[in-house]
Write a protein that binds this ligand. Structure first.
Ligand code: FPP
Length: 253
């Protein structure tokens, strides 16, 4: 039986977040340069985006470049930025056709100008799409995001626009890069590392974590189905007992 048929479409996570890891190792295992792994990684990105859109996932966040990744050798950083620009340029028609809306989270201003321009155009061109929301985390650091949110809120308080006692989850969440997006229910990390690596630390509070040894360039349709099936077999309790879960759905505390 096709794995897709086993997936319960009514119990899909609304939001899947992925740490795409292992491009470098995948390339090395083949005696190739790391950049070759990133190129193959783009093939996986395309397949996972299309599959997510097809199956009805509403939000897909991909960790494409962390704030820490700036410390990699310049040649690799340049190659990744170039790959990003070229991929967006090449894929824009496909994104439009598939009703995908592009968003960026991270320190946008730190990206090279050409990247900013290409990404801004792509975001504008897909702004009215109503299918999958594809969120690329670029120059992203979750700690930085949290500190920025605290700063934004502090400024509002200093200006008298907000009282300290009015600060709640909603106010805080609206100050994060991810304002307006639901929290991911499922976080997938490829390539056998069991870390969160400064990714969506606030937003992953209740996420199910799924780790696989498969390197990102090998992570394709069936690997996503497998992760979704695994997710659907888990019971999400949010601190409650099993019995309570049978009767009351989760409410934000
Ligand atoms: C992790 O593998 C991957 C990255 C740092 C970059 C991910 C980028 C892409 C898949 C291509 C560009 C993306 C888009 C959205 C067009 P790694 O290099 O850390 O692998 P390693 O741990 O084996 O060294």
């Amino acid at each position: 039986m096709d794995m897709l048929e086993l997936i319960d479409r009514s119990k899909l996570p609304k939001h899947v977040a992925i740490i795409m890891d292992g491009n470098g190792r995948w390339a090395k295992e083949r005696g190739q340069d790391r950049v070759y792994g990133h190129h193959e990684g783009v093939v996986s990105v395309r397949e996972i985006v299309n599959t997510s859109a097809e199956i009805g996932i509403q939000y897909l966040t991909l960790y494409a470049f962390s704030a820490e990744n700036w410390n990699r050798p310049k040649a690799e950083v340049d190659a990744l930025m170039e790959l990003l620009v070229n991929t967006i340029r090449k894929e824009i028609e496909e994104l439009k056709k598939n009703n995908v809306r592009l968003h960026i989270i991270g320190d946008f201003a730190s990206l090279p100008e050409i990247c900013q321009k290409e990404l801004n155009e792509a975001m504008q061109m897909t702004a009215s799409n109503t299918g999958l929301n594809l969120i690329l985390a670029l120059s992203y650091s979750s700690r930085q995001e949290i500190v920025f949110a605290a700063k934004k809120i502090a400024e509002k308080v200093a200006l008298g626009e907000l009282k300290p006692e009015e600060i709640n989850y909603e106010v805080f969440e609206n100050s994060l890069y991810t304002a307006g997006f639901p929290d991911p229910e499922l976080m997938i990390r490829t390539s056998g590392e069991y870390r969160i690596s400064n990714y969506l630390l606030y937003q992953l509070a209740y996420a199910e974590l799924y780790f696989t040894n498969v390197h990102w360039p090998d992570f394709r349709k069936n690997n996503l189905y497998e992760a979704l099936l695994n997710y659907q077999q888990r019971e999400r309790r949010f601190g409650k007992t099993s019995e309570q879960i049978q009767t009351t759905p989760h409410q934000h505390v």
